[in-house]
Design a protein around this ligand. Structure first.
Ligand code: GAR
Length: 208
């Protein structure tokens, strides 16, 4: 059984997609040990509570400095016994010491086709604003392992989504979530739990 720690910051629709996929068997041999939010008002915490999953808020506001916050995060992750850390709409930049501790064991969902529209300052709705400003006709989502850069780790899965005339950032965000994020995030977790994902030379190979 692969144990997950899911880190969230907001609405938690990706967390919900994972919970639903575990319940209906699209993800097998996986359990969510804990949900961690940096934001005490995150609706994701309510979703965890409703699903009976232990959840807690680790907010940087409650610590003296960034280092103390990072130490607290690492402690909670270690205490959870998690094998895989899942960033599901988590807006915390994961520090080097946690990346090293969980090498190729942290995954993130990003709402674009990396390497487009990613990196510093490209997160949440801002990504979709950038996509519309540039006028690209295809966007999508990416699940990748987290390394010490921002959105630079090995790519596990991607799925394309059409940009339509008249899209607003909110409309596009919803379509990317429904058609891509909620599909590829559960699938990536299932593949990892089934031992089908291998990282070689910084690239992901899916074992058939
Ligand atoms: C999702 O669109 C996710 O891809 C994005 O934040 C949203 C969170 O929604 N993550 C990033 O931008 C990370 N760089 P959710 O809380 O409803 O899952």
């Amino acid at each position: 059984m692969l144990k997950l720690a899911v880190m969230v910051s907001g609405g938690g629709t990706n967390l919900q997609a994972i919970i639903d996929a575990i319940e209906d068997g699209r993800i097998q041999n996986v359990c969510i040990e804990t949900v961690i939010s940096n934001n005490k008002n995150a609706f994701a915490l309510k979703r965890a509570e409703k699903a009976g999953i232990p959840a807690k808020c680790i907010s940087p506001k409650d610590y003296e400095d960034r280092d103390a916050f990072h130490d607290a995060l690492l402690r909670v992750l270690e205490e959870s016994g998690a094998d895989l850390v899942v960033l599901a709409g988590c807006m915390v930049v994961i520090p080097e010491k946690i990346v090293r501790r969980y090498e190729n064991r942290i995954i993130n969902i990003h709402p674009s086709l990396i390497p487009s529209f990613c990196g510093k300052d490209q997160y949440g709705l801002k990504v979709h604003e950038s996509v519309l400003a540039r006028g690209v006709k295809v966007t999508g989502a990416t699940v990748h392992f987290v390394d010490s850069g921002t959105d630079t780790g090995p790519i596990i899965l991607q799925k394309a989504v059409e940009v339509r005339q008249g899209d607003t950032p909110e409309l596009l965000q919803r379509r990317v979530m429904e058609e891509a994020e909620w599909v590829i995030m559960p699938r990536a977790i299932h593949l990892i739990a089934s031992g089908k994902i291998q990282v070689t030379d910084g690239k992901v190979i899916e074992i058939q």
